[in-house]
Design a protein around this ligand. Structure first.
Ligand code: AFP
Length: 341
């Protein structure tokens, strides 16, 4: 007998374990799923509908925008701003808080998202994705900056959707991590990867090696030891991957383990890392920890970082627990005062 569990059924059954819940959260997730189905359709149609290529504009981070960056941002905002489940939003593509138009009701959640992560890959037909983080908000207020600037451990939900050979949603509400595949024929996300767990050990790392000369000493040490393979202190050979699309790297790690690093580097002191805390590092850290992995900036757990601004950047080291902990211990060694080493 076929028993396909849809995303909606899965969330409703999870919510039933908490008597008295209003159902607003289930509806919010449905809104996000609907937006991501629209994005999936656009990404899949590609140049047949003229959505590839540069938009010849820059976003708030000074990055050149692709046409799809703008289209996906509009899809997210226009799918979420009228339904009454959100009090406000933050997007990678928009400088300020996105408010809910006055003629729509406001809900009790905040959504923070990167509408199209890995968009520099879109023109070469590689996997891209949408990353989202959900926070609870004081009810009935127009959210202020401090309502958004909360530590990652306060997230009520985090997820990402991969637009690859299959469209998949990976989701956590703090009770493990589950993966859903979009069945294009019926337009539903179906539970296909229940209770995802990351192996604690790995021999695969992902880092942009072209930045090597700018890294701090602990990262140089870690990678150098991996590269020495069987003959080095690790006593085993390592494999390397770099897709330049965090959603793909995180999905690979959820599937077979690994460690992903976009560490602090010395290129530009105004950018302490490449990835954004609020809508990239935090949701991914929540997912990775819920799957049994670890996530740090080298010196602090990502989910404990007190945010200073909406588009703040942070160094990110995430993946198989034992590898992340090893690299963190290299930071501790390097930070010890000279007299105690
Ligand atoms: P884009 O969305 O601009 O392509 O950035 C992707 C990303 O934020 C993340 O998904 C990658 O891991 C990282 O940047 C790749 O950065 P490099 O191009 O410096 O390797």
């Amino acid at each position: 007998m076929v028993n396909n569990v849809t995303l909606t059924q899965f969330i409703i059954e999870q919510q039933r374990e908490y008597p008295g819940v209003s159902g607003a959260f289930t509806l919010l997730l449905n809104d996000i799923a609907t937006a991501c189905k629209q994005i999936s359709h656009r990404v899949n149609r590609g140049n047949l509908i003229g959505v590839l290529g540069s938009a010849d504009s820059e976003n708030v981070q000074g990055e050149v925008q692709k046409k799809l960056d703008i289209i996906t941002n509009e899809i997210m905002i226009n799918s979420l701003n009228w339904t009454g489940h959100l009090a406000g939003m933050v997007s990678e593509e928009v400088d300020d808080i996105i408010t809910i138009p006055a003629h729509y009701p406001k809900g009790k959640y905040l959504a923070l998202f990167d509408p199209l992560d890995g968009s520099s890959n879109i023109d070469v037909n590689l996997t891209v994705g949408t990353i989202f983080s959900i926070l609870r908000c004081r009810e009935g207020v127009d959210p202020a900056l401090e309502d958004f600037l909360r530590v990652g451990s306060e997230q009520v939900c985090a997820g990402f959707v991969l637009y690859g050979p299959s469209t998949m949603m990976i989701l956590t509400t703090g009770h493990g991590v589950n993966g859903f595949t979009l069945d294009q024929d019926i337009g539903e996300f179906i539970l296909t990867h229940p209770a995802i767990k990351i192996p604690e050990d790995t021999n695969e790392f992902a880092i942009n090696m072209s930045n090597q000369r700018f890294w701090e000493a602990p990262v140089k040490r870690y990678i150098e030891e991996c590269l020495q393979g069987q003959e080095g202190p690790r006593g085993k050979d390592f494999n390397m991957r770099w897709i330049a699309s965090m959603v793909s790297e995180v999905y690979r790690i959820l599937t077979r383990g690994g460690v992903f690093m976009y560490p602090y580097d010395l290129r530009d002191p105004s950018k302490p890392g490449r990835l954004r805390l609020m809508y990239e590092a935090n949701p991914m850290a929540f997912i990775i920890e819920q799957a049994g992995g670890a996530c740090s900036n080298g010196r602090e757990r990502i989910l404990d970082i007190k945010p200073q601004s909406l588009h703040q950047r942070v160094p990110v080291i995430l993946g198989s627990k034992n590898e992340v902990e090893r690299l963190v211990s290299y930071y501790q060694d390097a930070d010890k005062p000279a007299s105690s080493s």
